[in-house]
Structure formats: structure tokens, C-alpha cells
Design a binder for this molecule. Structure first.
Ligand SMILES: Cc1cc2nc3c(=O)[nH]c(=O)nc-3n(C[C@H](O)[C@H](O)[C@H](O)COP(=O)(O)O)c2cc1C
Length: 364
């Protein structure tokens, strides 16, 4: 029995683990290497119509902490463990015309793996809606199985792009209307976790034809300043800007948001992202409602893997398969969302004595 196989948004995955849109999926070379290593799919690095120029310095840093000196820093110290990634990398610097033949070749080489094209354009007028359609149609025409709409990049200057549209319901509807009328593949919607309107935005996205919500992108954040040197741990000419925090440090926040969406929309599909380093984190996303799992930072950090997580995917597959077999489950579907009913309001949790009235005065 193949316990790892899943069907998600109507697509058949050989296993539920895919590489998230980021450096591990930025080129044909890396994606082919990832598929050789065993990943079930990839979401490409976000493709736009205006290839970008990144900052003149490191685009990503890996922050670590240690038992002896438990501060968070990118500085090399003995006995450290991973805490997070911080990045200010923009979308793909490769033009659509270069991506298209590469995507076609990747799909032909690995027809059993799922290729999701991440795309991004602006909002607010017909021309931008046509840009979304152009990107989506082009990627589907070369064989991409699905599209992921990037509405969550935390470091765009343009106010009509990425996390800046902050789950604006009208914009979500307009973009989904445009893209669903242009292509006939599942549309995944990657929303920003950095808003109080997330659940409403997810509902709008599902109702407007989104097949799944992908969550989380990195959290908007600043890097740390070193008190000795007065330098930020990443900067260019002393300057820095808001970037994105990923990796283990965002796991709990990502789980809560996945749980919120799953409880509000129990029939909606969710691709869980944020801090997955092994089976235990993946398990937690599944029990809160995710039917697919995306990984970025842990793959990038694996030494000797060319940044695609060769050992990581083997371990994820082995550990999940071993768990499912030992516990007698035929697939992750039997575990999906089982924690939902146990996430309740504070007042519903037993007190040692008496009742808690949810913050209100007790009725006399
Ligand atoms: C260097 C870097 C670049 C990224 N670029 C993109 C991108 O182009 N599009 C996108 O949707 N997400 C992008 N992400 C976000 C990841 O896809 C993912 O949502 C996030 O890192 C959380 O997962 P993790 O905790 O496994 O890293 C990027 C992340 C990193 C670290």
C-alpha cells in the first residue's frame, strides 16, 4: 500500500511534500535535482512580468541560537541550532520567456511530479488583471499543473502587490476572476499571515474559485542589530528594509493560522507552510487541516544538498511512512484536521473551581 500518495486539489501527488516558492525552486537545475531527490512537487520561485534586481548584498541569512548563549544571531558559534531564516529577496530575476521552456522540460522529465507556477502581478486596473492572465496562461500552456497566486510577498515597494494588498477582499476576487477565466487548472492562493482579516480573505478566495490556500509566507520583520558593531546583521550601506522571517521561529504562528482557516472553512484545502524541518512539524500542520506541505528554509539550510534538501525529503518520507504504518493509517487524510475540535475558546477549558465567564462579570 502506498501510504504517502495523496490527492490534493484534484492533483495526484506521489508524496505530500513539496518545495515552496523560493531559492530551492528558482531554476531548472535545482528543480530537476529536487525531483531526483524525491520531492512530490514544487512551487516555482514567483514569476513576474518585470524581472527584478536584488540588493547588493546577501539576500538571505540563517539565524541560530544556542543553549550556552541563547541569543539569536547569524554569527557562527559553537553548538548552535537553527532558529529562523530572514530574507529580503524579491521575486524571480528570470524572465517568463526563459522560464517557459525550462518548465516544459521539467514536466516532460518528471511527468509524475506536480509543478505549480507561482505568479505575481499588480492590482487595481484591467491591465494588471491581464498581466495575471498572461502569466497564468503561459505557464499552463507549457504543462504546469496548477497556479499559485502570490498575494503575500512581504517586501514589495509597489502598494498594489504582495503583502501590501493585505488580503483586500475586492482585489482577491478580481484576481481570481481574471485567472480562473483564463486557465482551467487548480488555483492556489498564497495569502499574507500578517493581517487580522485572514479568515475573511480565505473565505473570499475559496468562494471566488480558489482551490486551496497556501499559508504561511514569511512574516514581515526586521533583522537584528549587533550592539558592538552597530551594524544590522544584514544591510547594504548601513540600510535595511522590512523582510521576511521563516523557519522554525514561525511554526506556531503558522499552525494557528492554518487552524483558524480550517475551522472556519472545513471543506477548504490548505497547503501548510512555515517551519517544517521534519516529520513532527509536518504532522502538526496535518492535524490542523493541511493536506499538503511546503518546505523552504530547512531545504535551503541543508549542507551539501545544493539547497534543495536531499536528506530532508528522504527523512520526511521515511518518517511519515513509518508513522502511518505503525499507527495503522492508510494516508494522511485519516489524520487531516483531527485536532480542530480540540481548539476551543478559553472559557471552554476546564477550571480548577467554578466557571470563567469569558471576561464578563459573573451573573449574580
Ligand atoms: C529566500 C527566500 C525567498 C522566498 N521567495 C518567495 C517567493 O518568491 N514567493 C513566495 O511565494 N514565497 C517566497 N518565500 C517564502 C517561502 O515560500 C515560504 O513561504 C516561507 O519561507 C516559510 O516557509 P519555511 O518556514 O519553510 O521557510 C521565500 C522565502 C525565502 C527564505
Amino acid at each position: 500500500m502506498d501510504r504517502l500518495a495523496t490527492t490534493f486539489t484534484g492533483l495526484n501527488f506521489v508524496n505530500p511534500f513539496i518545495l515552496a516558492s523560493a531559492p530551492p525552486t528558482e531554476s531548472k537545475r535545482k528543480i530537476l535535482k529536487a525531483f531526483e531527490a524525491g520531492w512530490g512537487g514544487v512551487v516555482t520561485k514567483t514569476i513576474g512580468l518585470h524581472p527584478v534586481e536584488n540588493v547588493a548584498g546577501p539576500k538571505t541569512i540563517y539565524q541560530r541560537t544556542s543553549d550556552i548563549k541563547p541569543y539569536v544571531s547569524r554569527m557562527k558559534r559553537a553548538d548552535t541550532v537553527s532558529h529562523s531564516s530572514w530574507n529580503w529577496e524579491l521575486i524571480s530575476d528570470q524572465a517568463l520567456e526563459i522560464w517557459l521552456p525550462d518548465l516544459e522540460e521539467i514536466k516532460k522529465t518528471y511527468p509524475d511530479r506536480i509543478v505549480i507556477a507561482s505568479i505575481m502581478a499588480g492590482a487595481g486596473n484591467d491591465e494588471e488583471m491581464k498581466n495575471w492572465q498572461k502569466l497564468a496562461s503561459a505557464c499552463v500552456s507549457v504543462g504546469c499543473d496548477a497556479i499559485e497566486l502570490n498575494m503575500s510577498c512581504p517586501h514589495m515597494d509597489r502598494k498594489d502587490m504582495g503583502a501590501n494588498i493585505a488580503n483586500d477582499e475586492d482585489i482577491i476576487k478580481d484576481i481570481l476572476k481574471a485567472v480562473t477565466s483564463a486557465v482551467d487548472v487548480p488555483i492556489w492562493v498564497k495569502l499574507t499571515p500578517s493581517t487580522s482579516k485572514l479568515v475573511d480573505a480565505a473565505k473570499v478566495a475559496y468562494n471566488a474559485g480558489g482551490a486551496s490556500i497556501s499559508l504561511c509566507n514569511t512574516f514581515p520583520s526586521l533583522p537584528l542589530m549587533d550592539p558592538e558593531t552597530m551594524k544590522f546583521e544584514v544591510e547594504v550601506d548601513g540600510l535595511v528594509t522590512s523582510g521576511g522571517l521563516g523557519g522554525l521561529a514561525i511554526l506556531h504562528q503558522a499552525l494557528q493560522r492554518v487552524s483558524d482557516i480550517s475551522k472556519a472553512c472545513p471543506d477548504g484545502a490548505i497547503s501548510g507552510i512555515g517551519g517544517i524541518r521534519g516529520f513532527r512539524e509536518a504532522f502538526n500542520f496535518i492535524v490542523h487541516g493541511a493536506g499538503n506541505l511546503q518546505v523552504c528554509t530547512a531545504a535551503m539550510e541543508e549542507k551539501g544538498s545544493g539547497g534543495v534538501g536531499i536528506k530532508l525529503i528522504q527523512e520526511l518520507k521515511d518518517d511519515l511512512a513509518e508513522y502511518l504504518e505503525r499507527k495503522g493509517h492508510s494516508s494522511i487524510e485519516e489524520l487531516r484536521g483531527i485536532a480542530s475540535d480540540r481548539i476551543v475558546e478559553h472559557a471552554q477549558v476546564r477550571r480548577k473551581s467554578g466557571a470563567y465567564n469569558g471576561g464578563y462579570a459573573k451573573a449574580s
